[in-house]
Write a protein that binds this ligand. Structure first.
Ligand code: DGJ
Length: 737
């Protein structure tokens, strides 16, 4: 791993054993892309890609009419100077000009990686894990500087990029667009894979080929959203799970974003990602700086399983911060689907006791414990206990839960306020919205104006009080509506374009302060399920409630799609009651657990209300999870068969030493007389003999090339009971040939 500089040619070659990322100074001084892909010889000088048009295109170099920006591959392009594709940034100057021209000035290289002030970002555990290149570019006329940051990692085919803009002129300017990165690729024969959906069906993969024009996904909801996830893959058409080239882009940001690909008419592809420029205007006074969020750019030349594994291990090791980093996650029991807001202390303790009997480790008290919170209409903003429900407070309840031998966790939704709350009555100007105009409600609640420091301070003080006076090991941080009427009351007109971004900075600030004050707490993020499931959140909360849809069959699709861009350790997955609250579908407790165990496992129901034989199964499931959770949360994941394409979905996890693996198969609809199917496994040691579910001995090579028979010979020829059945296969090996 390293960064080689060819001084004379002004080329920078970032490389590790798997990939190379090469940039250089173009003929007109701008920074251009030379190569991004599989590792190439780092000593070579790369001739600048062809930039001469046949029909004269615009050219801003008198002395080199063969150079046109329109045909160039650029690293941080502007609009208005001959490149007619979408720009990476725009700066409005005092004169009204938006014309900018960045040229290379200097660079620096160092080991390790710097944090981005106020924003989440990947980090190194020691400086020798990564090398960083900073390239400083200037526009003397417009009066600003741009620093492009590139960090290449030793252990992963990953480059992190972001950008800093500084006003070096005499006048204030306004940034109207500041994306994190631009990747210009020399051909556009790629497919675009996005992860889309809605509440209850988050992160379904959807692929399309890139033809001329712009393909774009975005959020303007104030959070990253269930509709489009800020993770995309750009891949060759024939790239599958195990072969072929793919680039992944994870934006480390939780607010409005945009990700787009522009396939131009000259056969090139531009990929852009960053803060959505919609409603974004950031004034920058002389000397001030603006730093963009970061993009984690990953690369694979051997398929998407490999791409996902790189992302998974990278996030687990270099993005997540938590006392539970790389540690097994506690098995929890959450009361939400059992009680919603209708509970008292005895009801909660009864549920918790049964959880303890089953073997759970953490009890989580969900919504409804504070203020006058008996329904959706009241209480948010008032973070003090409702003593009618919990006479001895959170302190008393948490101690009783601890006495049972369980850790105690609590739900909060700190970004929101109800009209019927003491907080709103005292500070009606603390919500986002235009005074006197319509304030759109969502779940009967309003959004607090986190762009205001005093609002964040107030919520911090309230939560500090709760967390420091009780025994709290876990916090579920929810966020149940999108931002509308994004206007900060009392702020001047110039500040209004900053509010969306400042809002999310306020959220990050509150997380940071709480993490510092309570370093032992495990945070789980949530936004009506998985509406803020992004790499930004993972820097604070190492796990996220994946979806409010806990139907086992639906969860196979949601968790399968999620696995492309996020590790299993981040996926909040619980067994809930049957029939399912969201779909009305009935599934056995075994089938519900067979998908929930690929994540941070737990239960979301009253275990007192299930039949005894199911309760016995729950005990076995918890014992199984305790035995295998390290593998299920941190193993190498291989997607084997997609629920979006096949009736039988399958995936597996393999331990680092390849001695243990767990394969899961999930059937959609049952057909009669369907015979056996074979699933070819991945990632095993071909020379090891594996015992499958305690039976037989099969070499890894046969399991990978011949496949695992589903169901196997001794079982009834059908699998489970009808539709939506599933099965886990545990493979163990102590023997090599
Ligand atoms: C939405 C979450 O996704 C649920 O799990 C639950 O916490 C409710 N909010 C509580 O209001």
């Amino acid at each position: 791993m390293g960064i080689i500089i060819h001084e004379k040619e002004k080329q920078f070659h970032l490389f590790n054993s798997k990939m190379s990322y090469c940039i250089g100074v173009c003929p007109d001084g701008e920074i251009g892309q030379l190569y991004f892909g599989k590792k190439i010889n780092e000593d070579q000088i790369i001739s600048y890609p062809q930039t001469k048009g046949i029909r004269p295109v615009c050219c801003n170099l008198k002395e080199n009419e063969n150079y046109s920006k329109e045909l160039a591959l650029l690293e941080y392009p502007a609009f208005g100077n001959g490149d007619f594709r979408k720009p990476a940034y725009e700066i409005m100057q005092k004169t009204g000009s938006r014309v900018t021209n960045l040229v290379y000035k200097t660079h620096s290289i160092y080991h390790g990686k710097k944090a981005i002030p106020g924003l989440p970002s990947a980090y190194t555990n020691s400086d020798d894990e990564a090398a960083t290149l900073e390239v400083l570019c200037v526009d003397e006329v417009a009066g600003f500087e741009v620093t492009l940051f590139y960090t290449i990692f030793e252990n992963y085919p990953v480059v992190c990029r972001h950008t800093r803009i500084k006003n070096t002129g005499n006048d204030e300017v306004k940034i109207t667009k500041a994306l994190s990165c631009c990747i210009d690729l020399p051909d556009n024969e790629y497919n675009w894979l996005q992860f889309e959906g809605a509440w209850g069906r988050e992160r379904y993969p959807a692929e399309r080929s890139l033809s001329h024009g712009i393909t774009s996904i975005e959020s303007m909801r104030g959070h990253s959203s269930a509709n489009y996830n800020p993770f995309v893959i750009v891949k060759r058409e024939n790239t599958d799970e195990d072969h072929g080239e793919a680039f992944g882009l994870n934006l480390v940001y939780s607010g409005n974003f945009i990700a787009e690909a522009e396939a131009d008419t000259y056969g090139k592809l531009r990929i852009l990602m960053g803060i959505n420029p919609g409603w974004f205007e950031w004034p920058l006074k002389t000397g001030e700086e603006f730093e963009t969020p970061e993009v984690i750019i990953s690369y694979s030349d051997d398929g998407m399983n490999s791409l996902s594994q790189s992302i998974h291990h990278f996030m687990n090791n270099n993005l997540v911060r938590s006392p539970y980093k790389n540690k097994p996650r506690p098995i929890l029991l959450n009361n939400w689907e059992a009680t919603e807001m209708d509970f008292d202390e005895e009801k909660i303790l009864k549920i918790a006791r049964k959880g303890k009997e089953a073997g759970v480790e953490l009890f989580v008290l969900d919504d409804g414990w504070f203020g006058k919170r008996n329904d959706d209409y009241a209480g948010l903003g008032d973070w003090f206990v409702n003593t009618e429900k919990l006479p001895e407070g959170i302190k008393g309840l948490s101690e009783k839960i601890n006495e049972l031998g369980l850790k105690f966790g609590i739900w909060i939704e700190p970004e929101m306020v109800n009209e019927d709350s003491d907080l709103y009555r005292a500070h009606p100007d603390w919500v986002l919205g235009v005074p006197g105009s319509t304030k759109t409600l969502g779940r009967h609640q309003m959004v607090l104006d986190y762009s205001k420091k005093e609002v964040v301070d107030n919520i911090y003080s309230q939560l500090y009080e709760v967390f420091s006076n009780a025994s709290i090991s876990y916090v579920k941080w929810d966020m149940n509506r999108s931002i509308t009427e994004c206007f900060s009351q009392g702020e001047n007109a110039e500040a209004q374009g900053t509010v969306y971004h400042k809002y999310i900075l306020g959220v990050y600030d509150l997380y940071e302060r709480l993490m510092k004050a309570f370093p032992e707490i495990l945070f789980e993020s949530c936004a009506s399920g998985g509406s803020r499931f992004d790499a930004g959140m993972m820097h604070y909360a190492p796990q996220a409630w994946c979806s409010d849809d806990t139907d086992g069959h639906e969860r196979v699709k949601i968790q399968y799609g999620t696995s492309y861009g996020y590790p299993l350790s981040t996926v909040g997955a619980h067994v809930s009651a049957s029939p399912n609250l969201q779909t009305g579908r009935s599934m056995s407790i075994a089938d519900r657990a067979n998908i929930a165990c690929f994540g941070t496992f737990g239960y979301e129901l009253d275990l007192n209300e299930i039949p005894d034989e199911e309760f016995d199964t729950v005990k076995e499931q918890i014992a199984f999870m305790k035995e295998y959770r390290e593998l299920l949360q941190y193993g190498d994941l291989y997607r084997l068969s997609s629920p979006f394409e096949k009736n039988l979905a399958a995936w597996m996890v393999v331990s680092e030493d390849k001695k243990t693996a767990i394969v899961a198969v999930y059937k959609n609809l049952k057909s009669p007389n369907e015979g056996q199917q074979r699933i070819r496994l991945r990632g095993l040691d071909e020379d090891r003999k594996y015992i499958v579910n305690g039976k037989g001995e099969i070499f890894g090579d046969l399991l990978m090339n011949g496949g695992l028979s589903i169901p196997d010979g001794d079982e009834p020829w059908y699998m489970g009971n009808g539709d939506f059945s599933s099965k886990l296969y545990v493979l163990k090996s102590d023997v090599t040939k």
